[in-house]
Ligand binder design. Sequence first.
Ligand code: NDP
Ligand code: 8X3
Length: 251
Amino acid sequence: MARTVLITGASSGFGEAIARHFAAKGDRLVLNARRLERLKKLKAELESSAEIHLVPFDVRDRQAVTQALTNLPADFAEVDILVNNAGLALGLEPAHKTDLDDWDCMIDTNCKGLVYCTRALLPGMVARNRGHVVNIASTAGTYAYPGANVYGASKSFVIQFSANLRSDLLGTKVRVSCIAPGMAETEFSLVRFKQDAEKAAAVYAGKSAMTASDIAHAVIYATDQPEHLNINYIELMPVTQAPGGLKVVPV
Ligand code: NDP
Ligand code: 8X3
């Protein structure tokens, strides 16, 4: 039976790939991002295989999130799967040199936006005793690297929020999964380096990074399990990436 899947950040990268994978299964989609033109293009492309409704809001806008998600059209209102994917990193400067506005934006998007979307849809899932929240974290939420400062911390928040949600929902049939990817080639670095395409391309050059489709496969795996089974956490990296170990340097 077709499920209703709401994906935030569906205008590029993982979100777009996740939308394509669910559409191919014939699921009903509610797609969010700020860039409406991109969402419209994706809708036009996928609507031969899936019913699609667009909700173009900024996840940082609490009122807009609540308004859109608690007033979905009847055919899309019973969301079975929420994929909290919208997010970003800004900058790679050490903590003492970063722009505080970048930190605000990452916390507002990656943490607050994710909880606004979750909070808006959870009551319906619990009332129906059916649903699945899939949160996109990052390996940066577990392994430190220079310049990850607030980005990594925001993803630690996502990992712990997912675990705590699961505790709150114990006793219901609502599932929670957290997917933590390492390096994947999307527009992520273009956003991190504020549209510097050369700098962004250098991140991936010769690295055989994962693709957005690799991450979509993990989301599909987590959401296709039988209803008695909860995938708590999936961490995935390209073969070319591994945690770096502890360092000691003279000061
Ligand atoms: P992209 O930049 O390609 O996609 C990010 C998506 O998030 C876009 O659709 C963007 O849409 C949306 N978005 C950003 N801010 C907002 C906002 N305020 N409101 C609504 N939508 C927003 O990057 P990825 O696909 O790589 O990133 C997706 C998620 O995966 C992020 O949470 C990222 O942190 C995480 N991640 C990425 C990894 C990577 O290596 N690429 C690895 C691990 C995790 P729009 O601009 O139109 O609003
Ligand atoms: C994105 C992956 O390694 O650039 O979350 O932080 S990384």
